[in-house]
Design a binder for this molecule. Structure first.
Ligand code: ZN
Length: 340
């Protein structure tokens, strides 16, 4: 049964089995199965990801994003207005790393569901509460090349309307938590102020389930990890927004838990597992970090989690880290109940 206090969760992604995906294609695709058996392979991979989470004691589980070749393109490929046939090179979130960005050549819209079947499958394969994530407007804009709007705010609001329609459908299918992934927020705090927070609100407007936003400093690969801006620059906009939960990478940057003072009134998905380190956290240290956070956030509102998606780790390490998370949270609950 779900824990009422300190319920554990994940951010979303989980390593794919090597029989499913080429290790070099982790972030940009590389399926090893032929088209006619890919769906069945992904179903099996989701079942394994769910099982690993359940065994580790994770209360709110995801599908491990086993069907996503890329966490942005998986969605934008099926939105109106995107042209993947004639991409343009651009740098990834201000880093040196170049990639082929699809162009936005017309009005953005959602004329068909993007991942509704994924929600159905996840809902049918676990009794625990479930969560699903979708890339947010700013992160999508930062991973595309717009030649139509030439106006970030207008583009963001159309993207937000499309995302909103998708999230409403997820909620109606029994998704307990829907999350907007916005790693771009920490790169461009001025955009968050100008239009990012407004677009975020539009994404979750009228969605009849718990909503959240995930912000982080990106995957620790190829110099794309940058910490130019602190969370304090964006947190006031997130706390002032309509989302229920804020998911933060806190372990890797060793963030002072007092920063959580800026999250008053929100649930905090609190990163206690460093996804960039091959060392497995000790449950006692995880419990210690949780206790620090409890000085600023009540136990009902604190959700211990990894810093970010676990996709880059090998499966054995990911399993061990999830287990450390589950055990650390159990220890923290025990200490709370014992009043120590
Ligand atoms: Zn992240």
């Amino acid at each position: 049964m779900e824990n009422r206090i300190l319920p554990t969760t994940v951010v979303g992604s989980y390593p794919k089995p090597l029989w499913l995906s080429n290790p070099y294609g982790i972030l940009f695709g590389g399926w090893r199965l032929r088209a006619e058996v890919l769906r069945e392979g992904q179903d099996d991979a989701v079942a394994l990801a769910i099982r690993d989470q359940e065994r580790a004691g994770i209360d709110i589980v995801s599908d491990g994003e086993q069907r996503r070749d890329n966490f942005v393109f998986y969605f934008t490929r099926n939105l109106d207005g995107f042209d993947f046939a004639h991409p343009l090179k651009r740098r990834l979130r201000g880093s040196q790393r170049e990639f082929e960005a699809p162009r936005i050549v017309g009005p953005v819209g959602r004329s068909r569901p993007l991942a509704a079947d994924d929600v159905r499958f996840l809902r049918a394969n676990t009794d625990r509460p479930i969560k699903m994530s979708i890339a947010g407007p700013m992160t999508i804009i930062d991973t595309s090349h717009d030649v139509h709007y030439r106006d970030n705010r207008a583009l963001a609001m159309d993207l937000a309307a499309a995302i909103n329609a998708e999230l409403q459908e997820w909620a109606s299918l029994g998704c307990d938590v829907v999350q907007i992934d916005e790693p771009a927020f920490t790169r461009y705090p001025h955009f968050v102020r100008d239009w990012g927070a407004e677009a975020l609100n539009r994404c979750v407007e009228g969605v009849g389930t718990k909503t959240g936003v995930h912000v982080c400093y990106g995957y620790p690969v190829d110099g794309s990890k940058m910490r130019e801006h602190g969370y304090e620059e964006v947190l006031p906009y997130l706390t002032g927004s309509a989302v229920d939960q804020i998911s933060l990478e806190c372990a890797a940057p060793g963030l002072d838990a007092s920063l959580l003072r800026l999250c008053q009134g929100k649930d905090v998905v609190f990163g206690v597992i460093d996804i960039g380190s091959t060392e497995v956290e000790k449950p006692d240290a995880v419990a210690g970090r949780i206790s620090e956070a409890l000085n600023f956030i009540p136990a009902e509102r604190l959700l211990p989690a990894p810093d970010c998606g676990l996709v880059l780790l090998d499966r054995t390490l990911a399993r061990a880290k999830l287990k450390a998370l589950g055990e650390g949270a159990r220890l923290a609950r025990f200490r709370l109940e014992a009043g120590s």
